[in-house]
Write a protein that binds this ligand. Structure first.
Ligand code: G3P
Ligand code: CA
Length: 309
């Protein structure tokens, strides 16, 4: 009789485990970028304080081949480069209009480190610097996972620079090519560029790779069942823009059926906007508990739903 009772209890526990989806992860998008300037150590530190499971870095390369954390391919939106290096501008003609850019790969690390990457966001962050990837690893490793995106690898490849080589070398140097943190992968790579992920699939097979998709026609071909099957040959997950996911709610189930994780971007609310914060918390809880995404990007890691008690 006792054996029977414990057998029943065991199978009940087992079915409970089976039906409970693994916990979804929060990814601090560019750090806790709703509250501190994106891609600064201040934003990364705040993300850790707010309990983020992963901290995202967008990666670029300096002229002297150093990985730095920067969203744009150029420096003018988030630094004072225009006043500090006015003559180092690249003027391009786009649709008949002159476009002025200060590309990060035209500057050495020493020059990049003189730039103020905080004042544009809020004067209280004046003097914040653009971190190197090594500095980001130094801060985040062992406390949370790292979620690096390779930004514009194709453009750099055309200039004879390999972002993939730099990433492989850095992850190897830091012992992160097959590591875990709190039972999950310590590093999770991502890119909008298929070729870059194919290269990383062969060079770093143990590191998960998310293929990012915008909300456009090109993305639609990838979310068909044939597209997802093809994607699984070089990626372990798909990262759809929220609009794309909303246009095809079955994408989560379709991707899971193709053994792909789903990590949508970006859940955000402006700091100080209570109503928006409440709506965001509800939207993230729905994404996790109803839509069953595996992780999500958010500027507001503090609002990510905690497991119900
Ligand atoms: O990497 C996920 C998401 O951040 C992609 O968009 O432009 O913010 O890098 P973006
Ligand atoms: Ca990104």
């Amino acid at each position: 009789m006792r054996a029977l009772v414990s057998l029943v209890a065991l199978s009940l526990a087992w079915s409970l485990v089976q039906s409970t989806p693994p916990r979804a992860y929060s990814i601090a998008h560019r750090g806790a970028s709703a509250y501190a300037p994106e891609h600064t150590l201040e934003a990364y530190r705040l993300a850790l304080e707010q309990g983020a499971d992963y901290v995202e870095q967008d990666l670029g390369l300096t002229k002297d081949g150093v990985l730095v954390c920067l969203h744009d391919l150029s420096l003018e939106r988030t630094t004072d480069v225009e006043t500090r290096f006015p003559d180092r501008v690249t003027v391009e003609q786009v649709d008949g209009k002159a476009r002025r850019r200060w590309y990060v790969d035209d500057f050495t690390l020493a020059e990049v480190k003189t730039l103020d990457a905080g004042s544009w966001f809020d004067p209280t962050f004046a003097g914040a610097r653009i971190p190197t990837f090594d500095e980001a690893v130094g801060l985040v490793k062992g406390k949370a996972g790292l979620f690096p995106e390779l930004k514009g690898p194709g453009r750099l490849r055309a200039k004879g620079l390999s972002l993939e080589d730099a990433v492989v070398a850095a992850l190897t140097r830091h012992g992160l090519t097959d590591a875990t943190v709190a039972g999950r992968p310590a590093v999770w790579l991502q890119s909008f560029e298929e070729q870059s992920l194919r290269t990383l699939a062969t060079r770093l097979p143990a590191v998960p790779r998310t293929f990012l998709l915008g909300n456009d026609e090109a993305a639609r071909r990838w979310i068909s069942s044939a597209g997802l099957a093809e994607m699984r040959r070089f990626a372990t997950g798909v990262g759809p823009a929220l609009g794309l996911l909303q246009s095809q709610p079955s994408l989560v189930a379709d991707a899971h059926a193709a053994s792909l994780t789903v990590v949508p971007y970006t859940f955000r609310a402006r700091r100080g906007d209570r109503e928006a914060a409440a709506a965001l918390a509800a939207a993230m809880r729905k994404a996790v508990e109803v839509d069953r995404v595996d992780a999500l990007f958010t500027d507001n890691p503090d609002l990510f739903p905690r497991p119900r008690q």
